[in-house]
Design a binder for this molecule. Structure first.
Ligand code: AMP
Length: 172
């Protein structure tokens, strides 16, 4: 059934800049059955582990991570681009397929030993997911895994996320 999800993803050529084929997931979000299926499959990647908190990556990751957190009975923690969080933060710099950025999370968002699932919409070069993993490792989190709806496997982003397990639903 991920084939129905795959069929709904819209390729947008040269967005946000020439040479990028942007994977538009908004048709999945707009379809109640497909959105629910996407959340169910992402929840299954937790493999039945008890998850204390689901960490979502700004901004499309929030959409999936918050729903997964609710379904798993876990809390939700946002990783945000620099300057958006109001409290004391930890931050790290990273580069992605089409630019550079700094991300941060609240320093008291995670307690040492808490079981964490990191969720995003898409894994490309891996920089976007590697940055939060660095912060989570520094905070002493027990990262159960990284769960992503779409993987651009030809970019081998998962190599950057070792040794954390990476689970993806749709691979290109
Ligand atoms: P990366 O750091 O290269 O793994 O990039 C992953 C992040 O950038 C994810 O949060 C995606 O939302 C976004 N992204 C990168 N490449 C694409 C793409 N081709 N289509 C849609 N989103 C992308």
């Amino acid at each position: 059934m991920p084939e129905a999800l795959r069929a709904a993803i819209r390729d947008v050529v040269d967005f946000p800049k020439p040479g990028i084929i942007f994977k538009d997931i908004t048709p999945i979000l707009a379809d109640a059955k497909l959105f629910r299926q996407a959340i169910s499959l992402l929840c299954e990647t937790a493999g039945g582990s008890v998850i204390d908190k689901v960490v979502g990556i700004d901004a499309r990751g929030f959409i999936f991570a918050a729903a997964v957190a609710d379904r798993l009975g876990a809390g939700f923690i946002p990783i945000r681009k620099k300057g958006k969080l109001p409290w004391k933060t930890r931050q790290t710099a990273y580069s992605l397929e089409y630019g550079d950025s700094i991300v941060e999370l609240h320093e008291d968002a995670i307690q040492p030993g808490e079981s964490i699932l990191l969720v995003d919409d898409l894994l490309a070069t891996g920089g976007t997911a590697a940055a939060p993993l660095k912060l989570l490792d520094e905070l002493g989190a027990n990262v159960i895994g990284v769960s992503v709806l779409i993987e651009l496997a030809f970019l081998d982003g998962r190599a950057k996320l070792k040794p954390h397990p990476v689970h993806t639903i749709i691979t290109y």
